[in-house]
Design a protein around this ligand. Sequence first.
Ligand SMILES: NC(=O)c1ccc[n+]([C@@H]2O[C@H](COP(=O)([O-])OP(=O)(O)OC[C@H]3O[C@@H](n4cnc5c(N)ncnc54)[C@H](OP(=O)(O)O)[C@@H]3O)[C@@H](O)[C@H]2O)c1
Length: 340
Amino acid sequence: MSDNITNQAAWQGGPGQELQLGSSDAPLPAANEVLIRNAAIAINPLDWLLQDYALLPWLSYPAILGSDVAGTIVAVGSSVERLKVGDRVLGQAVGTTVNEKAQGAFQNYTIVLEHMAAPIPDRMEFSDAAVLPLGLGTAAGGLYGEKMLALASPSHSPVAKDEVVLVWGGSSSVGANAIQLAVASGYTVITTASARNAEMLKSLGAIAVFDHASASIVQDVIEAMQGRRLAGTLHATGDIAASFAVVSQSEGVRLVATTLPPSADLPQGVEARHIAGTSLKDDAVGPMIYRDFLPQALEAGSFVPAPPAKVVGHGLEALQGALHVLKAGVSAAKVVVTVS
Ligand SMILES: NC(=O)c1ccc[n+]([C@@H]2O[C@H](COP(=O)([O-])OP(=O)(O)OC[C@H]3O[C@@H](n4cnc5c(N)ncnc54)[C@H](OP(=O)(O)O)[C@@H]3O)[C@@H](O)[C@H]2O)c1
């Protein structure tokens, strides 16, 4: 236990139960870890899914759920040089993947791997920074993972490529991050979302936004692809059969990186691969994003927290209500709870 730290968590006692507040350990970070005093925690669909269902066979209960934190570093491991105590950071916590309670987000102090944390600008609110981690990590895993789309890395001075990245479900957390990353890699981005979110997605760099409620969505996107070449498709959310149909009729790479296992038959010539949003902890994509790209891009304002934070309460006791808000559904919003 770290000296002088009294930690509290919102515990998940088992699938189907509501969160319960209780004390938890705040261990000293291992060599390649940092300990963050959380100021804001964001909610992801995985959190309410894990609350309702025993999805991860390796996860022991009681568990501490949650992936997205922003706050201040209070301790660093012996080999951490890039980050120091007092730094304002965001972090992608991987507790449910590695079955480590100390690495869950739903508590006051969370352990995060050094290469899954990034400093944030002084001007940025913690509640805004917290919207990024798992959405960003999942988008990055899909776009850059060796076994995924393996696209060109994001850059602070992108060189334009004559290829399109199709992002299906651009107003979701994964989608909004995928749009910005693909733009930073120099690709042209075409996306889908509700019409009311089109301007926001254009402000993130998409050149065209098609209404996924339209009956002609498949035909509309196929037409937009005429004369263009696909570099790859990231299916963040929505009707996967529709994105497969577009890909099957487009030129270029017919590989779709999907956030959920594909629920529709694959058309001939189309391939789909399921993204693991925490793959960044083990591969080169983690440092590529959290060390080499994000800090400077946030500072420059060329990458922004999107979709915007919807702060629904304060304190760990607000997390249960926040899970209900996300489960009920959001449109271009990230549900956030502030904790300090
Ligand atoms: N594999 C992984 O590791 C991983 C990691 C993170 C997330 N995921 C999964 O990825 C998906 C997206 O997660 P997220 O956090 O990005 O979601 P999110 O932000 O909660 O998604 C909200 C968006 O979904 C869109 N949407 C809702 N219902 C829709 C429908 N029927 N058809 C089309 N779009 C619809 C809405 O778009 P409009 O309002 O514009 O209509 C809304 O903006 C989830 O299924 C999540 O479980 C997987």
